[in-house]
Design a protein around this ligand. Structure first.
Ligand code: 13P
Length: 253
């Protein structure tokens, strides 16, 4: 078990209407009636729901995050949303560099780094995603790819308080496939080593390292018990309160 307080974060992606606030309320009520001590919980809904969800969760331990942001504070950027706008709506964190953004919008590590800086500028935590594709894995390039993404996507000013790293193997996202515990251990140990080398024991050791990719209640306990896994970034299984609680409950002793 890691010494860092774990975080179980849900990424709703492009799912959810206002009516789905009922799942958020159910989640919050479950956590109130049967608290899971020592675990942080976050939901990152689509941008359209960030304000409403933040207001609903004002008295709850459930934090609200966003899924992406622009690099600028404001400007002539039709359709884009700044980190400051999400801060204004009550978000505490922003996911940057998700593989779906990298694949669908051609986001580079350099852009992801700028988005992480924008997130900090707004006073929020950056959840920076890294992970290899199936092809890269097949060629044995996993560690090389992850090291390169860490080097280029994490700004030099990263500290434990403002940065969370999510390792999400692209081939495991939404597929039901997961790496073996040995594979997750290998990658997370390497990420930790790189972070400690670059940012020092306190900051590099204190940054939470989330695993993401087909996490569900049935595999969470095994994955979350890996030493350098400080929680999960969950897609599909975060949409329903019961499924998500099953993952959070894997931290119950
Ligand atoms: P799934 O949990 O649906 O595989 O998605 C993972 C993910 O992309 C979270 O950001």
């Amino acid at each position: 078990m890691s010494k860092n307080t774990p975080l179980v974060a849900g990424n709703w992606k492009m799912n959810g209407l206002r009516e789905n606030a009922s799942e958020l309320v159910k989640l919050s009520e479950s956590l109130k009636s049967a608290p899971v001590d020592g675990v942080d919980v976050m939901i990152c809904p689509p941008a359209t729901l960030v304000l409403a969800f933040s207001e609903l969760m004002k008295e709850s331990i459930v934090q609200i995050g966003a899924e992406d942001c622009h690099t600028l504070v404001s400007g002539a950027n039709t359709g884009d949303l700044s980190a400051e706008m999400f801060a204004d709506c009550g978000a505490t964190a922003i996911i940057v560099g998700h593989s779906e953004r990298r694949a669908d919008h051609g986001e580079s590590d350099a852009l992801v780094r700028e988005k992480a800086q924008a997130t900090w500028r707004a006073g929020l935590v950056a959840i920076i995603c890294v992970g290899e594709t199936a092809g890269q894995r097949q060629y044995g390039l996993t560690l090389d790819v992850v090291r390169r993404q860490l080097k280029n996507a994490i700004p030099d000013a990263a500290i434990a308080k403002n940065t969370i790293i999510a390792y999400e193997p692209v081939w495991a996202i939404g597929t039901g496939l997961t790496p073996t515990v040995e594979d997750v251990t290998k990658v997370h140990d390497e990420i930790r080593k790189e972070l400690v080398e670059r940012f020092g024991a306190e900051n590099g050791g204190g940054m939470k390292l989330l695993y993401g990719g087909s996490v569900k209640a049935s595999n969470a306990k095994e994955l979350m018990s890996v030493e350098n896994v400080d929680g999960a970034l969950v897609g599909g299984a975060s949409l329903k309160a019961d499924d998500f609680m099953g993952i959070i409950n894997s931290y119950k002793s």
